[in-house]
Write a protein that binds this ligand. Sequence first.
Ligand code: PEP
Ligand code: MG
Length: 756
Amino acid sequence: MSDLISPTSSQELLFRLNNALASDSDGQKRLDQIVELVSNCMGVEVCSVYLHRDAQTLELCATQGLNPESVHQTRMRVTEGLVGRVSRESTPINTSNAPSEKGFRFMPETGEERYSSFLGVPIQRLGQTLGVLVVQTQNARTFTSDEVKTLAVVATVLAEMRETGILTGEGQALSALHTQSETYKGLVAYEGFAEGRVLLHEPRVVITNPVGKDPEAEQKRLDEAITELRGTVDYLLESQPLHSITAEQREVLETYRMFANSSGWLTRMAENITTGLTAEASVEKEQSEARIRMAKSPDPYLRERFHDLDDLFNRLLRILTGQGRSVTDEIPENPILIARNIGPGELLEYGSTLKGIILEEGSVGSHATIIARTMAIPLIIHVKEITTEALNGDTVCIDGDSGVVHLRPDDAVTEAIHNQIEMTKTAQVKFSKIRDKPAQTRDGTTINLYINAGLIPELPNLIPSGAEGVGLFRTELRFLTTTRIPTREELAQQYSTVIDSADGRPVIFRTLDVGSDKVVPYLNREEEPNPAMGWRATRILLDRTGLLKMQLQSIIRGADGRPFGIMFPMIVSQEEFVKAKTIVLELIKREQKKGHAISDAIEIGAMLETPSLAFAPDSFFQSVDFISIGGNDLKQFFFAADRQNEKVRSRYPALSMSYLKLIKHICDRCTENGTRVSYCGEDAARPELAIILAALGVSSLSMRSSNLGRVKHFLRQVDLNEVRNLFAQSIRDNSPTFKPYIDSVIADCQKSLAEV
Ligand code: PEP
Ligand code: MG
């Protein structure tokens, strides 16, 4: 056969393929040309392209050799046949006796039973399998490794063509990629509904020229790009003074450097170029294969390192294509950020313009999650593979109740989400009507409602929310978003702004609560086996009193004579509180001596976040100005369930009677000792919890500002004596949970909400 090329000449094959494709034909014709060319060049009777119709189904889209009638008729599940196996396992199958292979399935309509040899390679891009390219022969033969490589290279080109839409087009049997509606299920890290347009944190690189005409020139381009990449990594590492980057960042950069200099992947990319791919297509082929390996690796550490390698691939692709390098790319209206992961600093840069955030990774306790929560932006995490599917500007909706993300949703879904957003807005309008009214229950008890905050951008919400002040200011957020300890002046400035924003309302600053989930590497470089129970919060401050004093001075100076409250997180025993309070009192004296104005109405309290403190001596309760229950941590320690671990945390709801009995015990002890008690864990923002906490004796609740109106509305509907009776009833009933009892109360309040 005159067209037959030597098996090693994939470069020649690609070249011919490129010429054929340059013609102005439609997607189907192009596919037909490809299969014809491959079968001629490789000297095989059959060449077929199967593409994914959806995640589960493959469709025969073009063939040379099989029955032409079966094109677009033959479909199979990924669980079926050898083609399905290639797609499922993302690995080639090369066999001289196809019928004897595991999973073989006859498809009589194609007439393929005559063919004995089978070579199938996945068509994949960025670790996602888009289809399968198959060649078959009647003679029993095993394909050589060069032939396997050749077919894999053609598959790479096909993948790029599928991505760029060259294979599809209007009126084609197969729709273009990234056009269909997709639904993803993730985990809710911050609830809420959102509709908007995709803003990719790292826009995908699109390769429009996968076939290289001049391998030498391509290799030169790759070498130059790698030199530039190495230079950037070295620069990043060497230009930063040690203390200014975190140990974690440094480790990542070191890994980058290691990868950038390791020969394995560079050799493979060079090999790809010799087969006829352009430098960028070679990089992407290697990246795709690395992603597949990553997905298969059971080792989480290795998987993490693969992410670093993946980042490096992306950098290299950006250098080669010049795409996605500008940060000033247009931001769509109502942007919903989609990223694999994001750091707190980067998230802050986007600011509160974001309507929602969707992450492939992330965790409920990550810094970025903390920031998203403080900015009240709906956040869904663990949304698998969305970055490979979403395109900048696509419509996207977040259902932050159930953790579902709708990409390119149909009208019905968009309308449903839109209605939810409108309902929330309407409810907020209703709540705003009671903004200036007290949260007074029907039996005449007034509960004080405060907001939790930690960043300056949250403060404008204070007054519109109707809050009486800031019940918890998380001072560590400032530390989490920088790479060095902020100066005393910077901190004093921030604290002064907080007090200004409260406009005479009380503000409680929590002293640094770092460690555990809030790791600030420049403060704590040690790896701890069990950080939630390790060297954290006040334990750190009592060992590093210089840091505590610096923070206290900043608060005092920022307040400049105005009153404020301070509370210490994670106090476990009376001794700890006494030590911390002594430092505060001494410092106040010293600052006074230095001439700084100091209010005589400074309050010093403790956060109750461990069960042990609930059983501290009476003298402890008498020595604090107030107790604030940090329910997020208290629940974690009470139930021995990591608050960041989704597998366990949701098993132990706060409405458990065991937990509520602990809360009642704390409230009783506070009442006996005349101590004010508030609750500032996340549960305070949930009406059903707010009601039972109030009934048990909690006199103030501190929560995110967006929920305050709702909580106030519910509190104003209830009679706490009735709730107490229900609590007593549930004890008599031996109920493990208070849920059914409070549900009836909530249902009544819901009715009244509809009537407002
Ligand atoms: C808590 O533990 O309930 C709390 C308010 O503190 P954080 O969530 O910041 O640990
Ligand atoms: Mg806590």
